[in-house]
Ligand binder design. Sequence first.
Ligand code: GDP
Length: 424
Amino acid sequence: MIDAALLMATSDVVIGLVVAVPVALVAGGIALVTRGRGRAGDTGGGSDGTSPGGRSGTTAVADRASATAATRTAEPSAPTVPTGAGAHPTEGSPTEAAPVDATPTPAPTPEPEAEPASYRGRLGKARGLLSGYVGAIRARGKIDGGTWDELEEALIRADVGVGATDALLDDLRARVKSGEIAGPDALVDALKADLVDMLASDASGLATVGATRPPAGPDGVERTVDVWLFVGVNGVGKTTTVGKVATRLSRDGTTVLLAAGDTFRAAAGEQLALWAERSGADIVRGSEGGDPSSVVFDAVQRASSKGVPLVLADTAGRLHNKVNLIEELKKIRRVSDRPPGHVAEVLLVLDATTGQNGLAQAKVFLEAVDVSGVVLTKLDGTAKGGIVVAIQRELGLPVKLVGLGEGADDLIDFDPEAFVDALF
Ligand code: GDP
């Protein structure tokens, strides 16, 4: 349980309700691949993680360096108009939308092909940690007490979590005892297979745009706009993720509208406006410190009037205490789900570099909204790759998307087998 003091201490508690559904992401879903026992020979070494070659769910890659620099430094050039400055509506009586006057433009021409983000190419730190242990386990030549110590230390240090580590070790010990697993190589293979099974059991893809809308409400208003809400602590990468998803969807021909609901952080609106400009998406922004619910409400209204099927909502909740945070999240969700809107995804964005601490923070958001899946960012910058296992086991949530860098294309669908393969 997180208390107010902790929320204040993290100082950057932000609610990010991201509601975004790229058709391609959705249509493609998450590729589930049967586990690959018997491929241990491929996995012994562990490179520095710079070589491409892993599976990738991405399309063409934009210029990451320029995208990142622009995100951080450039002034937004898209015209922006605050929504109802100083007059944010209360729930149930939203004010007239005052969206950014930016007519949707066609998706930009894809930039030249570059190296796509891949697990193998970006998980160098995590692989560096695990491959050291795996090498030591193989080098022992037999399974003994030291083997189990190495294995346990590796999993804990990779942030798999105590519960999942115990479950994995119990299973492996029993299979060694029964004679099913003989020798270190078979043990490593079995561990990989167990990890894939654990991750695949909860895997699920993103909702298909328009496929989950319930019938019209009692007042007969049809639901014509899906909303993807992005929630999470400030700094985890919500705004960036919204931008990446918008880019993918736009490239795939799906028109999206962005809702800059992070009204607590002035830079967030500007950051999102840049992503909107880059992806050719329309955007609705609010005034600094304004009501995030009203921004999302306005965005849904605007999307409905323009025939845009999906709103991706970046919402902020750096509130003064946990109660405020939860109440604000609940309100945003209610407002988003009012016809013509329909909340199709609530994606909890977690920063992999925070490991188990991130899980504790996440529980605040689970109390507030029905989270449908996790976007795990910054996996490129941490050795704690095992946090994926802990998330699925401890939060009971599928990891749907993974961030592997700051660029527009550094977001890929979660693929359990490719992920585990890259980890080793
Ligand atoms: P927000 O406060 O949750 O909206 O977080 P931002 O979207 O502003 O991101 C915070 C920082 O994390 C920015 O510098 C992003 O470029 C960076 N970031 C976001 N996603 C990733 C990722 O997958 N990998 C890396 N290395 N950095 C990321």
